[in-house]
Design a protein around this ligand. Structure first.
Ligand code: GLP
Length: 238
């Protein structure tokens, strides 16, 4: 059962922050699953502020990002490495060797899967793609998928082109954590902001359907998932 919280944006980020703050309080060594995109930016700002005020300590935190584009330099401003560095890692006291991303080199994936097994994610942050993808698990992805290289869906390339100068610059491939990996997280928080998420949220939450055609529906089988949805994204839910 997915818990759904529909909130004004400000309150939404306060509540999500509290979910994370709570994990920081109860775990000495914490494994965070992190995402990119527009939805986590406000949350990362709160992490940075909390760190600066001595309220959050990242020295014993490991982070695992969900995905990364293939074919972009890691210093490219559209790479997820760059995004995470800019919005979070460079501003808090996380140790470099505690930062993990799925490897863009296919040969290193099986090794990475072992790292994931040894470090179960305590709390996983997710966004949702307009087509129902989570991480870069596009419609049609097997529910038993693990980390792998994928082709991006046309819709994802189009949606994500807003960050690039031209749509032709958007990579067509990525490496992503699989749905099985995501499901093994102990707790999952999904943030959906804005009217372009309204349609997919309605599709997902209107009934009990669980289908590989809409990857995010797998979350209905997890025991601890909360969706934080702003009023615009929730427009079709009432
Ligand atoms: C990208 C990422 C996803 C993210 C999604 C939603 O496609 N690969 O991990 O969740 O965008 O992004 P946003 O937060 O901008 O809505």
């Amino acid at each position: 059962m997915i818990k759904v919280n529909i909130l004004h944006k400000d309150e939404l980020y306060d509540k999500v922050f509290k979910e994370f703050e709570n994990e920081f309080k109860i775990k000495k060594k914490l494994c965070l699953g992190l995402s990119t995109g527009s939805s986590p930016i406000e949350l990362y700002k709160k992490f940075v502020l909390a760190y600066e005020n001595g309220l959050m300590d990242f020295s014993n935190v490991k982070t695992f990002n969900l995905d990364e584009y293939l074919g972009l330099d890691l210093e490219n401003e559209n790479s997820y490495h760059y995004f995470m560095n800019k919005n979070l890692f460079s501003q808090v006291n996380i140790q470099n060797n505690n930062i993990y991303f799925p490897p863009t080199d296919e040969k290193k994936i099986s090794e990475y899967e072992k790292v994931l097994e040894e470090n179960p994610i305590d709390i996983q942050l997710l966004g949702i793609g307009g087509n129902g993808h989570i991480a870069f698990n596009e419609p049609g992805t097997s529910f038993s998928s693990t980390t792998r290289i994928v082709d991006l869906a046309e819709k994802t390339i189009f949606d994500n082109s807003r960050f690039f100068k031209h749509i032709s610059e958007v990579p067509k491939k990525a490496v992503t954590t699989g749905l099985e990996n995501i499901m093994s997280s102990k707790k999952i928080i999904l943030i959906a902001i804005g009217s372009n998420k309204a349609e997919i949220l309605h599709k997902v939450l209107k009934d009990d359907q669980v289908t590989e055609e809409i990857p995010v529906t797998i979350l209905k089988k997890h025991s601890d998932v909360t969706f934080y949805i702003d009023e615009e994204a929730a427009a079709l839910l009432k």
